[in-house]
Every structure is written in structure tokens, then in C-alpha cells.
Write a protein that binds this ligand. Sequence first.
Ligand code: SAH
Ligand code: SF4
Length: 361
Amino acid sequence: MSDSISPSNPIPLIQDVTRQELREWMVSQDLPAYRADQVYTWLYQRRVAGFGEMANLGKPAKFALGAHFRIGRLEPAEALHSKDGSIKYRFVLDDGRSIESVLMEHADHHTVCVSSQVGCAMGCDFCQTAKMGLVRNLTPGEIVMQVLAARCDLPDGGNLRNIVFMGMGEPFHNYANVMRALEIFTDEYGFNFSQRRITVSTSGLLPQIRKFGQERVKANLAVSLNGVTDEVRTQLMPVNRTYNLQRLVEACKAYPLASHRRITFEYILMKGVTDSVDDAKRLIRLLHGLKFKVNLIPYNEAPGSKYQRPDWEDVRAFQQHLLGRGVVATLRISKGQDVQGACGQLIVSKSTARPAEALPA
Ligand code: SAH
Ligand code: SF4
């Protein structure tokens, strides 16, 4: 548990702890292990604020828990409501650092996009978060609390169905804590999220991709491709110097996929850089033999960004080329663009932090 203790609060956060660990802890306190199952249900299904409210626990367990743990809660410091129904939150952590999450509205469900780090070390040329550098990893509890907070904000009858690790940070750079968060999200006594409803997006860290394929919790893998030649991809994503396209594709071919699953490749369309039909042809050649789908993301421009969103006709032509050759290719019309809450726009700075009231809900 040591690496997951919040940097500035010495009292362990209960949301950092997996149920199995809590069961062991209960036994170490001469309490029955099943008390941990009850705690999980109270925390993640009933959403209580204090151990005292956990009615069926019994006094000794309540007392022991209260003496050892705290229940954390993230309150949004800001909530920016976009016209498309999505909400971007800024949360302030115990050490004063800020992170962001986005709650996105779909026809019959919601998706929450969570951050895994404060900032990011990967240095992608097109990404706002890269400008922050890596400040620190989030603890499992800090990831879990983003989902708890987003769920509190759901409209009546709302269904929070999907979690995507596409906020700030490179999840595979914070591998252990992200895996613990996945364990908590999918725990049957806790959130009980379906493994198929969780997607972890990576810039392409190969050792972790291999490891992820062996994990017990089988969440979806998304890989940010963004370039189809080494030259372009290295310009956009420095990680390509270490793990080039050929090695990335080999690792994806070796990735053990459950039946009916595919790897998602995210591909940002940038005007004159990645958006030509020739690029679409290269993409098909590159990924030939894989079970995959492509998620096309027209570039989200930020103030001062050096890349541009392509023309709509080029976006369509790119997608049509893929579809015409039997490639599943969806277009991600990014949510929350008007509040800088879309992909790659998550950066905590004064210039992007406007109060919610400034925008129409
Ligand atoms: N670090 C992980 C996950 C967070 S980034 C990763 O890179 O995969 C989530 C997605 O947003 C990635 O696919 C990334 O390529 C994309 N992205 C980043 N900046 C973007 C921008 N300005 N416009 C569109 N997509 C962007
Ligand atoms: Fe980090 Fe992903 Fe942004 Fe690259 S795209 S800098 S890996 S958050």
C-alpha cells in the first residue's frame, strides 16, 4: 500500500485499498474478513460519507476503520458545462495539485474520462497536457474518486456505463496504480463495472502493453497511433523513438484478445500532417492482420497550437476510405470542445479555467 498513500496526507485513504487487502486488514484487526465486503458496498454502491453511517458493520469495525482510514471525496473546484451536455471538472487534490475529468453524455448512458497522472511525461507535440510535464502519479483512490464525483453529478436515472483513461497522463506510466483502480472499478461488491466498459488508452509503452495482456481484469486496450510512418509518428510522439511502429504493431499482434474484442487505434487527423488518403492506405497496410478498429479524432485546436483541424471533406474522405475496405472506423466528435474538455485539451492553467457560469449549460 505504501506507493499509494497520498503525498500530503499521512492517514491512508480507504479508496486506495483493494477489497482483498481490506479483507486481510480486517483479519489483522481480529475482525471478520467479510466486513471488507460490506465496507465496499457502502463506499461504492451506497456512497456514505463516514464509517459511522455503515449501519451493519458493528461498533468494533467502525471504530477500527475510523482509527486507521479516511474516506476521501473530490469536490469539483470548477465544473464547466458544455453545450453538448458534457461537463469538465477540475478537482484539487490534497497537495493542492489540480486534475481534470470529463463526464460525457450519450443517448442512453454516460462515460467518464479520467486522469491517471498530474501532467504527463510523454511529451507529445500536439497535446496540451504534455506542456505541464509530469508532476506526479495519481494514487488508485484519486482515480476512483474521480468516478465517484462524476457519478454524483449524473442526472436522475442516469447510467454511468463507461470509463475511459483518456484524461491527463499516460496510464501505463502509472501502471500499478491504474491496475489497482481497475480492480476496484470491477469489484462485484463495489462499482461492479463490466470489464468491457473500461478502456485504457496508451501512447504505446510496449512492456506495459505486454503486461496488460496478462492481467486478470480484461479492460479494453486503446493505442494512440496518430502517425503511420515512423517519421511522422516520431515528430508527433517522442515515444516512437523507443518503440517504433514495427515493434508496436508486433506487440499488438501478440496481444491476447478475448473473443469479439478488438484493439482500438486512436488516430488524430491533423491538417496536412496525418489526414491524406495516402495515410489511410498506409494505415490499412500497417495494421493488416490485426483485429482492430480505428477511432478517428479530428484535431482539437487549442489557443496557440501549431497543428490544425482538417477540412471536413478530408475527414470524410479518410473515413470513407477505411470503411470502403472493411475497416471499422468511427469518428469521435470530441465532446466538450467549447470548454477545452476534449481530448488533449486537458491542461490546468489559469487561461483555460473559466467559471461554469460563463458558459451556457
Ligand atoms: N496518454 C494516453 C491517454 C490520454 S490522451 C494516450 O496518449 O493514449 C487521450 C487521447 O487524446 C490520445 O489518443 C491522444 O492522441 C488524443 N489527443 C491528445 N491531444 C489531442 C488533441 N489536441 N486533439 C485530438 N486528440 C488529442
Ligand atoms: Fe501524454 Fe497522451 Fe498527451 Fe501524449 S497524448 S502527452 S501520452 S496525455
